[in-house]
Design a protein around this ligand. Structure first.
Ligand code: GLN
Length: 248
C-alpha cells in the first residue's frame, strides 16, 4: 500500500504536475481524463465537446419517469444538440426498448458520441447524425416525421448578458455549446417549431432551459400548438426544465 507521504516516482510526479497546471488554467478534469461520468456511463469527451452537467442527469430522469410509454414500448427519441451524446445514451442504457437518434452540427461531438455508444454496446439502438439543427431537420431524419415519442434537448441557452460569466467559469469549453443568441432563445424557436411536426400525436417535448426563459418557452409552446406546457425547477430551485405535448 502506498501512502501520501511516500516519495513518488518521477514520471508520475510529472503527470500530476501537468494535470494540476491544466486544472489551474481552467481545463475541466474531464478533458484531462478524456471521460465524463453521466448516470453510470463513462462518456468520451475532450476539447470541443461540452462536458455534461449534473442538472442534465435530472432531465434524463424526468424523461424516464414522466413518460409512461418510454418504459413499456419501443419508443423513438430524438436528442437535438446531442453534444457528447449523454442524454440519448443514458436513456438507452436505462430503457432497453427505446431507440435514439442524436442530432449535432459538430463532427468532434459526433465522433465522441459514437465512441461512447460503441463502448457502452448501445450502437444498435443509438445513432448520431451530423446536421445543422437550426435548419430543416427533414434531410437528416425525414423518415421520423410524425413518429417520435420524445424530442429532448439541452441546447445552447446562455444569453448575451450572461455569456461573459459563463465563459469565465468554463474557459476551455466550446462557446458554441453555450451561446443561445441575444435572448438565449435562438435554438428553442427552431426546436419547438419543428418538434411539433416530428412528434407523434401525444408525443412529448422536454427541454433543459435557463432561468428567466421559462415564460418565453411557455409562449413558444402555445405559439406552435403544444399542449400542457409547464416548467420545473432544478436542485437549486431555479426554473430548469420545460415540457409540453403534441395534441392527440
Ligand atoms: N448549464 C450550462 C452551463 O453550465 C449551459 C448549458 C447550455 O447552454 N445548454 O454553462
Amino acid at each position: 500500500m502506498s501512502r501520501l507521504s511516500d516519495p513518488c516516482d518521477a514520471p508520475l510526479e510529472d503527470v500530476v504536475r501537468k494535470a494540476a497546471d491544466q486544472l489551474s488554467s481552467g481545463k475541466p478534469a474531464e478533458y484531462i481524463m478524456g471521460r465524463a461520468a453521466f448516470l453510470g456511463l463513462q462518456l468520451h469527451v475532450g476539447p470541443g465537446v461540452f462536458v455534461p452537467r449534473p442538472e442534465t442527469e435530472t432531465l434524463v430522469l424526468l424523461a424516464e419517469q414522466g413518460i409512461p410509454t418510454m418504459r413499456s414500448s419501443e419508443a423513438t427519441v430524438l436528442d437535438v444538440c446531442s453534444g457528447s451524446g449523454a442524454i440519448g445514451l443514458a436513456l438507452a442504457s436505462r430503457l432497453p426498448g427505446i431507440r435514439c437518434i442524436g442530432l449535432d452540427s459538430d463532427a468532434i461531438c459526433i465522433s465522441c458520441a459514437e465512441a461512447s455508444a460503441q463502448e457502452a454496446h448501445l450502437e444498435q439502438r443509438v445513432r448520431f447524425v451530423r446536421a445543422n439543427v437550426l435548419s430543416s431537420w427533414n434531410r437528416a431524419v425525414e423518415d421520423l416525421e410524425g413518429h417520435l415519442d420524445l424530442v429532448v434537448s439541452n441546447p445552447p441557452y446562455v444569453r448575451e448578458e450572461r455569456l461573459a460569466e459563463a465563459c469565465l467559469s468554463s474557459p476551455c469549453e466550446p462557446v458554441q455549446a453555450l451561446y443561445g443568441g441575444p435572448s438565449g432563445l435562438s435554438f428553442y424557436r427552431r426546436i419547438v417549431a419543428q418538434a411539433h411536426d416530428f412528434l407523434r400525436p401525444g408525443g412529448t417535448l422536454l427541454l433543459e432551459i435557463d432561468d428567466g426563459l421559462e415564460d418565453h418557452i411557455l409562449e413558444l409552446f402555445s405559439k406552435y400548438g403544444m399542449e400542457d406546457g409547464h416548467w420545473q425547477p432544478d436542485f437549486q430551485g431555479l426554473p430548469r426544465y420545460a415540457g409540453a405535448h403534441r395534441a392527440r
